[in-house]
Ligand binder design. Structure first.
Ligand SMILES: [Zn+2]
Length: 404
């Protein structure tokens, strides 16, 4: 068997395409495989599918292929243009590459697989290509897969935001809580992001009227966006974000009080859950909460623990429990705690909705850790678009049309 026959088989070429030449350049560590077709071959029109078209002229093209051992491999071919009566002049499709790509399909498949687990910058170094070429490729496959995605069964949506580039740009995320997967990511964090999500949902066979539950933090733009664009949806405020408001209030009380009570210095662990504390921290906390009940911080802490218990109440008792807590908090004479209670009062229905919607917090947290991974994979990503593409790639559960 000649080496060119071997390459022909390995590449899976079918007539009229055949390997006409293969050259190793040891100095350049490069393998060049030339593909050609015999005179008189005919091709299919990519426009209308008509077969039997003769080559009008040809254009020389080349594609990067999988490395052959340590050698970079390239395919080159004269690609015929055909002149179709219906469609005009067309460059024919080749089997081994997408039209317009400088990589073979196999090479693209490998890059896509690598991109799910390593930073694009590192892939670029590893395969000795500029990363803009890789990003273009990722955009293509992600866009293509998203075009085909069907969102008609989506009923529960979570909203969250993440920031890119030292907090300068925000990206809003819309998550299918039952997927769970990222349905839509878009720049910004205003009410228009909700409008754009509605459009995107419609573009993917989804029905905005069919969305039953939405979950977010208490950001006014999300709240107004949901009211305007998803009037049928019940809004639940994310438990994690509600707890954050109460935790911050406890910390404010502590910071005010530590001016007079030095034992409160460096005790930020008031914010943590009791079970997550180190033994030494538990001891200090017990001392501060049990033996020094006169501390304002200790009172604030108890109010927080009590609030946390809300989420362990049976659904039918939740409202009465929250009312009692609200009374206690607003009569605590602790300004930050009162402020937090007023905030909760203003968002009353969405706080209690959790008992009906059963929005699972772990879902959003799980997606969030994938988004953090996406940030790492696209480090030095330069554009928000690159970050968004990486989020879809890692957290979008998209089906890519890759030939392996
Ligand atoms: Zn045609």
């Amino acid at each position: 068997m000649r080496d060119i026959d071997l390459f022909q088989m390995a590449l899976g070429l079918t007539p009229p395409w055949q390997v006409s030449d293969a050259k190793f350049n040891l100095k350049k560590k490069r393998l060049d495989i030339r593909i050609d077709f015999p005179r008189g071959s005919t091709f299919t029109c990519p426009g209308c599918g008509q077969a039997g078209m003769k080559a009008h002229d040809t254009q020389k093209k080349s594609w990067r292929h999988l490395n052959s051992f340590q050698h970079e491999a390239y395919l080159t071919a004269r690609v015929p243009r055909i002149k179709c009566d219906n469609c005009g002049m067309w460059l024919v499709d080749v089997l081994w590459a997408r039209s317009g790509s400088g990589f073979t399909l196999l090479f693209e498949a490998i890059i896509m697989t690598m991109a799910k687990s390593m930073p694009v910058k590192n892939i670029a170094e590893f395969i000795n290509e500029h990363d803009t070429r890789l990003w273009r490729l990722l955009h293509h496959y992600v866009d293509e897969a998203r075009d085909k995605a069907d969102h008609s069964s989506v009923r529960k949506v979570g909203m969250d935001e993440t920031c890119s580039k030292r907090g300068q740009n925000y990206v809003s995320l819309f998550v299918d809580l039952e997927g769970p997967k990222v349905l839509f990511a878009t720049e910004g964090k205003d009410a228009f992001t909700v409008k754009r999500f509605k459009q995107d949902l419609t573009d993917h066979n989804g029905e905005p009227e069919a969305i039953e539950e939405m979950c977010s933090d208490m950001s006014p733009s999300f709240i107004s966006g949901v009211g305007k664009y998803f009037p049928n949806a019940h809004l639940t405020f994310d438990k994690f974000h509600i707890m954050k408001i109460v935790n911050e209030a406890v910390d404010k009380v502590r910071r005010q009080e530590q001016k007079d009570r030095p034992e409160l210095f460096r005790t930020r662990y008031w914010l943590k859950n009791f079970k997550n504390l180190k033994p030494s921290q538990t001891e200090t906390l017990e001392e501060l909460t049990i033996k020094k009940l006169n501390l304002k911080t200790s009172r604030a802490y108890h109010i927080k623990l009590n609030f946390q218990e809300l989420f362990n109440q049976p659904a039918e008792d939740a409202k009465a429990y929250l009312k009692k807590w609200y009374f206690w908090a607003t009569h605590s004479r602790l300004e930050p705690i009162k402020e937090a209670a007023y905030t909760i009062k203003r968002h009353w229905d969405g706080v209690l909705r959790w008992f009906q919607s059963n929005v699972n917090n772990g879902t959003l947290e799980g997606i969030n850790s994938l988004v953090q991974a996406a940030k790492a994979r696209s480090c030095g990503y330069r554009t928000t678009r690159n970050l968004i593409t990486m989020i879809y790639l890692i957290a979008g559960k998209l089906k890519f049309a890759l030939s392996i």
